[in-house]
Ligand binder design. Structure first.
Ligand SMILES: *Cc1c(COP(=O)(O)O)cnc(C)c1O
Length: 379
């Protein structure tokens, strides 16, 4: 039996290859590869899906975060509160904008920012909170918005792993002041290359993001601010436009996979399955468990992972080192133990293979190899 990869993009492509192939050929034949109506059509469709009046598409989720910060005029001297337990891009773009990330610890049951710890991190310099809906799990946006309103600061939702997730009736990315999405191939809505989008209901933020996206220019060859080049390719827009129609179906499949994992894993001692907060509808970009045996020592988790790998099951570790402990942020002065919950999560997490096409047989094999690995690890 062949290995079970963490993610398999080939099956999904096979299911839509005729449509995608035709759309790609049309773009190639058109001679228009940058900007134009196809890109605008996709931007409008994606904004409508998220439920915001404005959508600015760009070259990556990383750029969407950067554009959001710049459009809000956040820069040197400013602080932005975010999670240390996320992909580097979240904090990295705060730094790239010239501001300083302030890390607040997470809630162990959801891996998202601990909303009870936000307020104590706010200073005179705080300009925004950047929550991450990690692994497709929405954070309690009511709690985040309440703190932001009390202190008159902005909320930028990092939705890179949560396209289609809902908080109450609303899609993530439509609740804060700005949402940032990624269309990296492994995300819930993934292109065949890089891509991203910024969503907002504020036309001024959208306009500013559009200007910064195109070299700080409204009129070609006239530049009013320092910008970047961050367009979404026409090819990617054409592909994403097709895939957007299947997103809810694929997310429903991910939910079914998560339910099956829950059923199989619930009886196993020492395995803590993912939690969803009341009011949240997750989309399972990852299915991430915690291993009790690794609470104090991440090497236990690594051994369990290695054992599974020898059985042809390839789980992932998102993320092995929290951002406050990364060399790039050494200058911020955090110490081991500064954010103990994130550090514990980093030792314990294991993300099981998760993609819409994962079969019941494959899931059974994943869980069987985990069970065997657990027995080995404690002996
Ligand atoms: C993927 C990801 C990003 C960056 O998206 P890219 O499109 O890869 O630049 C940002 N934040 C989080 C949480 C992500 O998972």
């Amino acid at each position: 039996m062949s290995a079970i990869p963490p993610i398999d993009l080939t099956q999904q492509f096979q299911s839509i290859q005729d449509e995608v192939g035709a759309a790609v050929m049309q773009v190639l034949a058109s001679g228009q590869y940058i900007n134009g109506p196809l890109v605008e059509t996709f931007a409008n469709a994606f904004g409508a899906y998220v439920g915001t009046s404005e959508c600015v598409v760009c070259n990556s989720g990383t750029d969407a975060l950067y554009l959001a910060l710049r459009a809000l005029n956040i820069g040197p001297g400013d602080e932005v509160i975010t999670s240390p337990f996320t992909f580097i891009a979240t904090a990295e773009m705060i730094s790239a904008a010239g501001a300083t990330p302030v890390f607040v610890d997470i809630d162990l049951s959801t891996f998202n920012l601990d909303v009870h710890k936000l307020e104590q991190a706010i200073t005179e310099k705080t300009r925004a909170i950047m929550p991450v809906h990690l692994f497709g799990q929405p954070i309690d946006m009511a709690a985040v918005m309440a703190v932001a309103e009390r202190y008159q600061i902005a909320v930028i939702e990092d939705c890179a792993q949560s396209t289609g997730a809902r908080w109450g009736e609303q899609q993530v990315g439509s609740i804060g002041h700005v949402g940032a999405f990624s269309f990296f191939p492994t995300k819930n809505l993934g292109g065949c290359g890089d891509g991203g989008a910024l969503t907002t209901n504020d036309p001024a933020i959208a306009e500013s993001a559009r200007v910064i996206r195109e070299h700080g220019s409204r009129v070609r060859y006239y530049h009013e601010t320092v910008g970047i080049n961050s367009r979404l390719d026409v090819l990617q827009a054409a592909i994403l436009q097709i895939k957007l129609r299947y997103l809810d179906e694929w997310n429903a499949r991910r939910t079914a996979v998560a339910e099956e994992y829950e059923r199989l894993l619930a009886p196993i001692p020492g395995v803590i399955t993912p939690q969803t907060i009341a009011g949240g509808t997750p989309v399972w970009n990852q299915y991430t468990i915690r291993l009790e045996a690794a609470a104090a020592d991440g090497a236990v988790r690594d051994r369990i992972r290695q054992h599974m790998q020898t059985q042809g099951v390839l789980p992932m570790v998102y993320y092995p080192l929290p951002l406050h402990q990364q060399p790039v942020y050494a200058h911020l002065g955090y110490q081991p133990g500064s954010l103990p919950v994130s550090e514990q999560a980093a030792r314990q997490v294991l993300s099981l293979p998760m993609f819409p096409e994962l079969s019941l047989d494959q899931q059974a094999k994943v869980v069987y190899s985990l069970k065997e690995a657990l027995v080995q690890a404690v002996h």
